[in-house]
Design a binder for this molecule. Structure first.
Ligand SMILES: *Cc1c(COP(=O)(O)O)cnc(C)c1O
Length: 387
């Protein structure tokens, strides 16, 4: 037998961290104590009250049956209430909210509803890889919009050629941003709404990091922007907010036609998330949110240790206002890959080369604040040894 992979699978970009994974395994083999700042996965456990709700819910026989693919109405109500409290926005739980098996699932599936071969999807880069992959799986083409420091890591919408605009169906944006940790001012979102209306382009905003913010900064919802609900939807995740990456629970809110189409795709692919997990999600969304404030304080302390340490070494590392990523330019004379390889070999510290998130990430590395402050202080000590 010869198994020929589909063109869609064959055209997926190569996994850029393969080489780094190999080097990491090699260094670990030598017995080096590795400090891994490479992974964007919270290190602290899910809050106890959420776990307790899950334990109680697992025992409920009614949850052992097929869930609905749109998600429990009670979850959708809790999500709508959460948006009301957090952003003062109202959504109809019946038609304007859909539960996702992690937001990645919705992000990957959404283009199936709107993208045909020949269509273009506008994707910011460096960025979360799933925007591109969802596009390719739908047979569409990705047109990349670079995020560079000179533009505050916001895409230049005026730079898009007319023939691309004509074929473009979707624009993906993500603020607070992974990996650059950039945030978007309200004027940018307003510009996006105008752009979407002028060109008849759907806006998908990925708001996975809205609750991971520091100092005085409070992240907005894209849907707060006047007119936003006419053009788009917002993807939300409980993963980073409540340390629930393993649970696979998120949701999307916004324009009912767009939400309905995503729900239609999902009803033909999956049968929704286990309702006990949705119950745990309801506990998280309906809680007093003090667990979020605790996590913000923990990440802020970590951020200050790492960023101050990098700045003391002469790197021009900004203090991120949001996300648990530090996006730092590498020292002069290094590429992203050179620098991350050097760090790994000389110090046992793992970070992610910026170009792994797209060519525009060249010249940067991403460090995740997903180890304790003691370990970050140790990392800073080790940096000193090589500079
Ligand atoms: C982590 C992450 C997600 C995915 O979250 P899940 O809900 O766990 O699937 C989506 N977008 C960005 C930018 C992320 O970093």
């Amino acid at each position: 037998m010869i198994f020929t992979k589909s063109v869609r699978l064959q055209q997926l970009p190569p996994y850029l961290f393969l080489e780094l994974d190999r080097m990491k395994a090699e260094v670990r083999e030598k017995g080096v104590d590795i400090i891994d700042l490479g992974i964007g996965d919270p290190d602290l456990p899910t809050p106890e009250f959420i776990v307790e709700r899950m334990i109680a819910s697992v025992k409920e026989a009614r949850y052992h049956r097929y869930p609905s693919s749109r998600g429990m109405l009670s979850f959708r109500k809790a999500a709508a209430e959460w948006y009301k409290k957090r952003f003062d926005l109202s959504f109809d739980p019946a038609s304007e909210v859909v539960v996702l098996i992690g937001s990645k699932e919705g992000i990957a599936h959404f283009p199936i509803a709107f993208v045909d071969p020949g269509d273009v999807v506008l994707v910011t880069t460096p960025g979360y890889p799933v925007y591109n992959i969802g596009t390719l799986f739908s047979g569409g083409e990705t047109y990349y919009l670079p995020l560079i420091a000179e533009n505050d890591f916001l895409p230049d919408l005026d730079s898009i050629p007319a023939d691309i605009l004509k074929r473009a169906k979707i624009l993906w944006i993500n603020y607070p941003n992974n990996p650059t940790a950039a945030v978007a001012p309200p004027e940018f979102f307003a510009r996006v709404v105008d752009f979407a209306k002028e060109n008849n382009i759907i806006v998908c905003h990925d708001n996975a990091y809205s609750e991971m913010t520091y100092d005085e900064y409070i992240a907005p919802s894209f849907l707060e922007t006047p007119g936003a609900k006419e053009v788009g939807l917002e993807f939300h995740s409980l993963s980073k907010t409540y340390n629930m990456t393993g649970w696979r629970i998120g949701f999307a809110v916004g324009n009912p036609e767009l939400i309905g189409s995503l729900a239609q795709v999902k009803s033909n692919i999956d049968s929704g998330q286990f309702e006990a997990v949705q119950e745990a999600g309801i506990a998280a969304l309906e809680s007093d949110q003090s667990c979020i404030r605790k996590m913000q304080e923990i990440y802020r302390e970590r951020r200050d240790i790492l960023v101050s340490g990098l700045r003391d070494l002469g790197l021009d590392t900004p203090f991120p206002k949001a996300t648990f990523y530090v996006w730092t330019p590498v020292p002069k004379g290094y590429t992203s890959k050179d620098f991350s390889s050097l760090l790994l070999e000389k110090t046992g510290i793992v970070c992610t080369p910026g170009n792994g998130f797209g060519q525009s990430g060249e010249g940067y590395v991403r460090m995740a604040l997903t180890v304790s402050k003691e370990r970050l202080a140790e990392a800073v000590e080790r940096f000193r040894q090589i500079f």
